[in-house]
Every structure is written in C-alpha cells, then in structure tokens.
Design a protein around this ligand. Sequence first.
Ligand code: 5RP
Length: 220
Amino acid sequence: MIQDELKKAVARAAIAHVVEGEIVGVGTGSTANCFIDELAAIRDRIRGAVASSVATRKRLEGYGIVVFELNDVEYLPVYVDGADEINTSMQMIKGGGGALTREKIVAAVAQKFVCIADASKLVPKLGTFPLPVEVIPMALGHVRRELARIGGKPLWREGFVTDNGNLIVDLGGLAIVDAVELETRINQIVGVVSNGLFACRPADVCLLGTAAGVKTLTAD
Ligand code: 5RP
C-alpha cells in the first residue's frame, strides 16, 4: 500500500476516537489533513474543533466545521495529530511542519492524544528526524550556539516563520537516550519557545498504518 493510502486508513480509524457532541483537537500536516477530510463527513455529530495551526483552521472552516479558540474550551476529550517519528513508548518527534508549539499546547489540554501515522514513522530510537526547535527571532544566534553545545547540528530553517512569528532551528545528528531529559533541557535555553520532542506528554495511543492494516499501539 502506498504511503498516502496508509495515511487515509489511519485517519479513518481515528474517527472512532472522536467523542460525539464534543470538540476535537486537530493537528497539522498531511496525515492530519486526511483526518480533517474524514471529520467533514461527521461534522454534524461534533460541536466543533480546535486547530493547531492556521492551515488546519482554514481546512476545517473550508468544510464548515466550527473552529473554537482554545481559551474558550474547558474540556477537550481528544486530540488527533500525526508525527515525524514515534517510538514504542509513544514518545514523538513532531514539528516537521513547524506547528510544534501550538500542537503541544492543544495536546496538553486534551485528555487523550491519538497519534496517526504510517508505518515509516515508527522508529526504534528517536533522533534520525532532525528535532525542530521554535526560537524567538532575536535569540537565534544564542540558541544555535547552546544547541550545538548539546551535541547536535543546529540548522536554521531559513525563510520559514511559524504561526507565532518565530523561527525554527532543526537539530540534527542527535542520539536521543533520554527524551524527557532532552525535551526539558532544551526548553531551559533562554529564547526557546518549545521543542518538537513530545516525551513529557507522549501519545496515549498510536494508530499505525501498515500493509497488514491499522494497528493500535500503546506504550510498552
Ligand atoms: C507538523 C507536525 C506533523 O504532525 C508532522 O510533521 C507529521 O506530518 P505528516 O503527517 O505530513 O507526515 O508535527 O508540525
């Protein structure tokens, strides 16, 4: 099965996790877009959605799905989003699309994080995918130097500006042993807004698209 079909399959499977009559948190990226396409078919059975990016908001609104501001939402039973990498502990690297900070905020509010991913995203060890770090523009030089001290190779994603008006540095060449420690450590660097490690708040479940069908994974 080609990757796009796997993405559509996990997006369809994620609909079973949407709670009727409630608001659903929606991630960003090509897999999340497939989920939005599926959500459109049941839009009359949900109150609406919270978007993790401007692009996601536009796609949801294009289907006539009501989009709430997160600050107006007190209860968010589920958040559905893709990942760039996920391990068997349900820890992820996210932010390939640069929406990591808003994704992390919506995930923090949600009761349940459902990760939807094709089989290529499941890795034995996180870190082959360069770790995105969102940075306040005036701190770019400082943050790059501090990230280099951690041991990786920081590369500024030139020309890219996040929905929050910030910059992204992609930290490559990492051998991530303790993802919780690394997530916490990078967040301590002054000028870092957040980083794409989702280890302190991992996914609760991963719907993994494989040639043999959609597998449901939880932390080992
Ligand atoms: C965007 C993300 C995405 O979830 C991640 O990049 C995966 O995207 P895709 O589903 O297109 O592979 O974190 O910031």
